[in-house]
Design a protein around this ligand. Sequence first.
Ligand code: PLP
Length: 381
Amino acid sequence: MAKRGLSVATIAAQAGGYIDAASGGVVPPIQPSTTFARDRSYQPHPTGNIYARDDNDVGRIAEALLAQLDNAETALLFPNGMAAIAAVFRVLPGGATVLVQSQIYWGTTKWLREFCARRSVTLIEADLSDIGQAQSLCAHHQPDLVFIETPSNPWLRTTDIALVAEATHAAGGRLVVDATAATPILTRALDFGADIVMHSATKGINGHSDVLAGVLATNAPADSHWQAIAIDRHDAGAVIGSFEAWLLIRSIRTLPLRVERMSQNAQAVAEFLQSHDAVAQVFYPGLPDFDGHSVAKRQMVGGFGSLLSFCVKGGAVEALRVAGQLNLFHRATSLGGVESLVEHRHTIEPHTGIPESLLRLSIGIEDVQDLCADLEQALTC
Ligand SMILES: *Cc1c(COP(=O)(O)O)cnc(C)c1O
């Protein structure tokens, strides 16, 4: 199904070349039916459709498109990113060992800690952007599954996918990469050796803050772990609705454009903040003196994404004052949407070591001078 060779901009703009066979439409129809009629001899409809949990035509189109964007053989959509992550871990046998990057998306960490304790799965959390540490933990613990998030949220730690994949495979495990902040436009994690790439499509892939969705993609559809995930999705029912899948396809058409503009804007905002007297530190992989910059340059193409964090001088009071003073940035969680957002992560997760002075920004597609002017007035007033 995957049309190798075309650039992502072309694949995305044309929704993978989709033409509706019944109408000639260049946009797929939404089929809301949950059930499909059989004929008088009780044979299913020629489409093979029986029941909407698996038989969601517009969902299949979105999956084929997402697979192409990630240079994957196949993809599975889930109702949100957490459902996709949960599916990856839920199918592991009891007694398994998992090695998971520390200080990533808090929802992942929280769910995993509770799940692993309940299911006697050994959970090892470590900073796997430290490649020496990743290698020695893989060799020592022989994890069944290694899970990294790059760039990470909200620290923007950048992890070398190829080196972690090598260490994981040498230990007999599988590597899953949460590439939400990068999107398939900037990083195709499977090309670097990941076994499964995961995205919260709620974020950049949809990009309009109006759909919850998650996706997993792989080049090894026959692998027993992937097969178990596909069966679990069907049996446990973590599927996406037709309307959401349809909106995703609509959004993906402009994904490369949006990611390009967001990355340009975020780079400019990061540079602006770095040179500002009221700012103590900026976390963005596009800054040449940032820790993960050289790895990011190797595995991110065309920009460094929409997500960045910075610490203001003066602690929690000053950080909350700046957030409160912003006029254009919405004070809201999430990332990757066309509108810029600011978040004080310490308020949300006060126990995970995030500095009280840290503000996380998701940079949208607005005029970058407007964004910098808004930050300037908030930082200096
Ligand atoms: C938001 C997010 C998730 C979870 O996705 P949902 O669609 O909100 O369930 C997972 N990983 C990262 C990096 C995220 O930003």
